[in-house]
Design a protein around this ligand. Structure first.
Ligand SMILES: Nc1ncnc2c1ncn2[C@@H]1O[C@H](COP(=O)(O)OP(=O)(O)OP(=O)(O)O)[C@@H](O)[C@H]1O
Length: 253
């Protein structure tokens, strides 16, 4: 098994020139108003933790341009992504909790769908090959998503997200659909890929173990509001709410 992410005192080498993400957003979903403001610098992933229905996925969806902002703004490298910038032009890669692969496309064509953003249709399949290799998917390239395990599907979803060469990576509970037995291995594998990506990364999770392995700092969201932010050690030293206390002790839902 690969080692967990080292502490933030030794940041990983970063591809030069990756932009930071700045989000200052308010989203309304049904009865819930969700507001948060944060910056994520390249190579220092942020975990958003909170109870069910707190608004974590809505925040990610707003950054990705999948739901409209009530107010505020999202900027990547100082470039504001105005309302008119559609999701496919934001250069933001998203891995959803259920992966959302195209069910009728093979693994190769799922990944090639992403490379088609940057290559002609004719070259997209060839451009997908290095990504299939990097994520250990060559032997699975001709399979359909229904023929994959949860871990394999997660790998395809990650390869597809990164094959589009995004500037920002958003991971929405990427481990939640996996069996407990494979989760620790996948967490370590995902940590390696996130480190190699090196850009601004936001992870939504319920799990302090995921946050410890994948992120440098944590933002806690409860009922649509930020109740605490800091490293896991800082949260442990002074949990701001009963939820933070329960979450750190492993007894939160
Ligand atoms: N499409 C939608 N239409 C209306 N309300 C929605 C929609 N999606 C989510 N909501 C509501 O917005 C609130 C926040 O939901 P969201 O899924 O963002 O929370 P979450 O923190 O990601 O929850 P979970 O951990 O359960 O995934 C909830 O009250 C939810 O019911």
């Amino acid at each position: 098994m690969m080692p967990a992410r080292p502490p933030s005192t030794s940041p990983p080498p970063q591809p030069a020139g990756r932009p930071a993400l700045h989000a200052d957003v308010t989203v309304v979903r049904g009865e819930t108003r969700i507001s948060a403001e944060f910056e994520v610098v390249p190579g220092h992933p942020l975990a958003i933790i909170g109870p069910n229905g707190a608004g974590k996925s809505s925040l990610l969806a707003a950054i990705a341009g999948l739901v409209p902002l009530e107010s505020g703004r999202v900027a990547v490298g100082g470039r504001v992504l105005h309302r008119g910038v559609p999701p496919e032009r934001r250069r933001i890669g998203v891995v959803f909790q259920d992966y959302v692969l195209f069910p009728n496309l093979t693994v190769r064509d799922n990944v090639a769908f992403a490379t088609r953003m940057r290559h002609s249709r004719a070259n997209a399949r060839a451009a997908a090959e290095p990504w299939l290799e990097r994520y250990g998917l060559v032997a699975l390239a001709d399979r359909l998503p229904a023929e994959l395990s949860g871990g394999q599907a997660q790998r395809v979803a990650l390869a597809r997200a990164l094959a589009a060469e995004p500037e920002v990576l958003l991971l929405d509970e990427p481990m939640s659909a996996l069996d407990v037995e494979v989760r620790a291995d996948m967490r370590a594998e995902l940590a390696t890929h996130v480190r190699e990506f090196g850009g601004a990364t936001v992870l939504v999770t319920h799990s302090p173990a995921d946050a410890a392995a994948l992120a440098d700092s944590v933002l806690v969201l409860e009922s649509g509001r930020v109740t605490q932010r800091g490293t896991l050690d800082e949260l442990r030293a002074a949990p701001a709410t009963p939820y933070v206390e329960r979450m750190l002790s492993g007894s939160a839902e």
